[in-house]
Design a protein around this ligand. Structure first.
Ligand SMILES: [Zn+2]
Length: 298
């Protein structure tokens, strides 16, 4: 092969690799819009915080703490984490996150409902310690916006850590080794539920999650995602090398970051926006329960 053809081949391979990685990292590609007038608040963070604090007050199993605060335009919001330590010995540590994209509220609601169940049933998932962060991006959640108050897509911020929110999540990652991490999202283009399987060899576990959603009567996405990705029966496979490439290209997402930092079972769930709100919460719950049931039955 001539030197010129080798160079062309190498460039083509690199372009394809970057494209695949970009698909993994650019979960929802959206064009950048410059700063505009501040949007109106559409949700009350005080109400959300009260709901979380009431849960803790009514339960011996749950605790709550603020990881830190984020401030925009003179207002501040805490990034709150609920924790559940099981009664006996801990064999699995799980981190559940939602609301990194503030316009995807189903994940947040699913995690709040999940915490409510944990608060009522202390013996559920024995041996599993949970940390739950329902809203990673408080400003975005309050204003119904994907990005944070600095117009930054936080799910691309896990190389540079320029955003306060991503630095807080980095501290969570440094603080504790997790065995499971799940980040909840919504997709406005998908026909059904799907998940990103981040360098995970457990095919049966992934199928169990998909089958659980199917058994609930909900559709599964099978087809293209953002043109370059393909969900096969609801599963997008991301190899470890593609996550490393996302780090090199400085587009690392929250879940990619946790996977590269050593969390072996990391998943990103996407509920289809075309379903109504309760159904979107339900598909997240069904997939999450299937994952956790495997964890406690092994
Ligand atoms: Zn998202």
């Amino acid at each position: 092969m001539s030197r010129r053809r080798k160079i062309i081949g190498a460039v083509a391979f690199l372009a394809a690799a970057v494209g695949i990685t970009a698909g993994c990292a650019f979960w929802h590609w959206a064009p950048f819009h410059g700063p505009t007038t501040p949007p109106e608040a559409i949700r009350s963070f005080a109400t959300l915080q009260r709901r979380m604090e009431t849960l803790v007050a009514d339960s011996n199993a749950l605790t709550i703490r603020a990881l830190g605060e984020v401030s925009y335009d003179g207002a501040s919001w805490p990034v709150l984490m609920l924790s559940r330590a099981p009664g006996g010995q801990v064999h699995t540590r799980a981190l559940l996150t939602g609301g990194i994209h503030g316009n995807e509220p189903a994940g947040t609601e699913c995690l709040l409902q999940f915490a409510e169940v944990l608060s009522r049933e202390a013996s559920l998932y024995p041996g599993v310690a949970f940390d739950i962060i329902p809203v990673v991006n408080p400003w975005g959640w309050v204003h119904g916006r994907r990005r944070n108050g600095d117009n930054c897509d936080l799910n691309r911020e896990f190389n540079t850590f320029k955003a306060r929110e991503s630095r807080l999540m980095r501290e969570v990652c440094k603080d504790k080794k997790y065995d499971i991490m799940v980040d909840l999202h919504e997709d406005s283009h998908a026909n059904g539920f799907y998940l990103y399987r981040l360098a995970n060899p457990d095919t049966e576990c992934c199928r169990a999650m998909i089958e659980s959603v199917q058994a609930g009567g909900y559709p599964i996405h099978d087809g293209r995602v953002m043109k370059i990705f393909r969900a096969r029966n609801g599963i997008i496979n991301c190899a470890l090398w593609s996550l490393r490439l996302a780090r090199v290209t400085r587009q690392l997402s929250l879940s990619n970051y946790f996977r590269l930092e050593g969390c072996p079972r990391t998943f990103l769930f996407e509920s289809p926006r075309q379903l109504e709100g309760k159904a979107r919460v339900d598909v997240h719950r069904l997939a999450l329960e299937a994952l956790l049931e495997r964890e406690t039955s092994e």
